[in-house]
Write a protein that binds this ligand. Sequence first.
Ligand code: NAD
Length: 482
Amino acid sequence: MPAIDYRELYVGGQWTHPATADTIAVHSPTTEELIGSVPRASEPDVDAAVAAARAAFDEPGGWASWHPKQRGEALEQFAAELDARGAETAARVSMQNGMPIWLAQQFETIFPPLLLRYYSDVMNSAPVEEERPGMLGGTSLVSRQPVGVVGAIVPWNVPQGISFLKVAPALAAGCTVVLKPAEQTVLDAFLMAEAAVAAGLPAGVLNVVPGGADIGAYLVSHPGIDKISFTGSTTTGRAIAETCGRLLRPVTLELGGKSAAIVLDDADLGASIESFFGATLLNNGQICWLSTRVLAPRSRYTEIVDTITDLARSLTIGDPLDPKTKIGPLVSSRQRERVEGYIAKGKLEGRLTTGGSRPPGFDQGWFVEPTVFADVDNNATISREEIFGPVLSVVPYGDESEAIAIANDSAYGLGGTVWSSDAGRATEVARKVRSGTVGVNHYVNEPVAPFGGIKDSGMGRELGPEGLHAYQVYKTIYLPPA
Ligand code: NAD
């Protein structure tokens, strides 16, 4: 397959020459071959992108001043152009980060246009301005205004889905965006830019600046930026929060996780095994909200460990472009080394029941077997730290209150699941889990409901109407008494 090469950047609504000749090369995690390259944005490119976004936001008659219905029509065009490129988008993501193609068709193809349409509807369904009769005489005119120019920084694990968690509500609210994709997944971002060009999105409304940590940090502190929205590791999130704190710049942070799957003593895990897979090992274990600490009751411990072990053994490992593949390669050799480091620790901290190695027969690619450790203490490194690979730790517990205490004994608080034959009982347990989101017998990022974390998992919310409000600021005009 010929490599996908881009020579220009999408800045200011058109393809522009980059300031330097630097490029980002993308390699397949499956074959290790070069699959494409794009220009690497440098500081002058970010300056140009921010200036274009600033102009599109500030100029009279610009994007921010459009009626929400008019913006909705433009976003519908954008959504239609994304739809038209859906199959190619899924394939590019799979080729770059190893996401199984059937999952890419959901997260990367269906989700982004769905979010554009959803946020157009949310924006149009409630007035942005209301009159409140005052208590001290007069009336207050309270409105929600777009926050301004948004710097959006995203990781490689779900590149399109996560980009649109930010781009869709920001654009619907009337903000303009400078998007910085991760270096590992830039080829899909250029397809997004092609869709924006074909849709005729006004100049400067969306700009794409591919680059690494340095260009991300430059964007975060850029004087032309009004808000940062970041998804990525807790370490990077902390650094960004420090900068935003100093600048008093609003910031949304979606960070790491180490969520618990609480398996109650009446659970029929076998009957919900597909959902359990989706909540624990999806995307080769590279999703922030996965329930990677499995809490199993001592009364049924052996049976539950066996069920999870059988699940891990049953998963087809292979080329992510093959629809039969359940587990593809990790994103990079560096990521595999990191995961293998945790597996080595796990062999000291728990009892390996399956996996633990590179799968036989895969001479190329960054593959790791789905791996399960049983008998793990909740204080072990593999219970406390995010591994970001197909590795589960099973922690035994006695009664329900101990399960909840173990679930809550974590630096993180992003996801989590409760498994039971009694959904009402599971919901009561879910209420007691200290986390931004918890699933009962399944886990799904539902567009209408807020998603985000507490503690080291971040702050702020995406999705739901709350995800739109993240890109709005309140403004009050005090009207005089009549
Ligand atoms: P990362 O933090 O290294 O990188 C994420 C993005 O930030 C990339 O675009 C990167 O180039 C950029 N970046 C790195 N350093 C920066 C800096 N100092 N300033 C500005 N930008 C910088 O994370 P990663 O390894 O690419 O992604 C994996 C992590 O992301 C995991 O910890 C995972 O849990 C987390 N994640 C969280 C969510 C969520 O919604 N909570 C979703 C997906 C991934």
